[in-house]
Design a protein around this ligand. Structure first.
Ligand code: ATP
Length: 333
């Protein structure tokens, strides 16, 4: 099957800065694909290259099998939703949404009809006559979305589209965006620095660091089997354990990642493992409690269900975990 978007050895350098460096990526048609990484890791540059606002220094990009070198943004069959929405303040909602159709010289009636249909999809029917200044942040976000889908692009690029929203609204929009993507069946490529957002929304996630793609995979894959220390740390939190630890448990001398919630903590003497240590910190998080445990040669965090049996600071405890929870990594870095 032809990929919706593919990047082959794509680099974008700004003088000495390697914003993107030899990136290989394939996004499948109809996929919800997240590009995740810390600030400055190259996600936005990658999105802008796909949109056509930037040109690669090296490498090639294809959209549905067609090389797009030199093709301007408006002829790429992709649309972008920007973080600041970029709505026209002097136009009302229906005119904003219909704008791409006006550029295509559709007649006025068709413009209004299509714009109304797009507004219905984002649940804003009835708001057509308002100006952007008369809307809430969440409603402006929906208008931007409606405008981006009105001419039915094959690929929708979203650059931190929920960044300006408060947490509650953000969570609600996450669900709605996912539902919208299912309804439309088009490819979504979504940039975020929020790992929870990427894991909960995407079919697959690419983790960026310093212009490189460190790992691509399904959310569960990335979370449970991080390839490197960077991915294990950035996606959730993890115990990164030195080679001696895995050697004593699995007999293999490699750096390993162990998720805090995969650890069972029982009073010393009740457990079967040889991993015994002392609780040195305890933070109540509501439904769970985070424990810091000092073992010989390692400091480990465990997250356990809150309750009366959570060991106190200073208590001696034994740790247990399924063998496959201790994930051996390919590299430390
Ligand atoms: P953020 O989450 O903060 O938006 P990002 O992962 O999207 O970050 P990019 O915006 O792609 O990161 O930037 C990657 C690197 O390239 C950064 O070091 C940035 O300073 C640099 N960069 C981006 N655009 C330019 C430019 N036009 N000129 C010079 N350097 C740039």
């Amino acid at each position: 099957m032809t990929a919706a978007v593919s990047l082959h050895q794509v680099s974008r350098h700004f003088g000495p800065v390697k914003a993107l460096d030899e990136v290989e990526l394939e996004v499948a048609p109809g996929e919800f694909f997240a590009m995740l990484g810390p600030s400055g890791s190259g996600k936005t540059t990658c999105l802008r290259l796909i949109a056509g606002f930037e040109q690669p220094t090296a490498g090639g990009i294809e959209i549905f099998g067609e090389a797009v070198e030199g093709v301007p943004p408006y002829r790429r069959n992709v649309n972008t939703v920007f973080q600041d929405y970029a709505l026209f303040p002097h136009m009302n909602v229906i005119e904003n949404v219909g704008y791409p159709l006006m550029l295509r010289k559709l007649d006025k009636a068709a413009q209004r009809r299509e714009a109304a249909a797009a507004l219905e999809l984002v649940k804003l029917s009835g708001y057509g006559e308002r100006r952007p200044g008369e809307l809430s942040g969440g409603q402006r976000q929906r208008v931007a979305l409606a405008r981006a889908i009105v001419n039915k692009p094959k690929v929708l690029l979203l650059d931190e589209p929920l960044g300006a929203l408060d947490l509650k609204l953000r969570e609600q929009m996450q669900e709605e965006l996912k539902a919208l993507q299912k309804t439309l069946g088009i490819t979504f490529i979504f940039v975020t620095h929020d790992q929870g957002e990427a894991l909960s929304m995407a079919d697959r996630v690419a983790v960026f660091d310093q212009g490189k793609v460190m790992q691509v995979g399904a959310p569960e894959d990335i979370y449970r089997r991080p390839r490197s220390r960077f991915v294990a740390d950035f996606v959730g939190s993890s115990n990164i354990l030195p080679p001696e630890f895995a050697q004593s448990v699995l007999g293999e001398r490699r750096w390993a990642s162990l998720r805090p919630e995969a650890i069972h903590v029982v009073p010393a003497g009740e457990g079967v493992s040889r991993l015994t240590g002392t609780v040195v910190s305890r933070s109540y998080l509501g439904s769970t409690t985070r424990l810091g445990i000092e073992l010989k040669g390692a400091h480990i965090h465990a997250v356990v269900p809150s309750g009366d049996d959570v060991p106190a600071e200073g208590a001696r405890v034994t740790l247990g975990f399924a063998k496959d929870a201790l994930h051996l990594m390919e590299s430390e870095g």
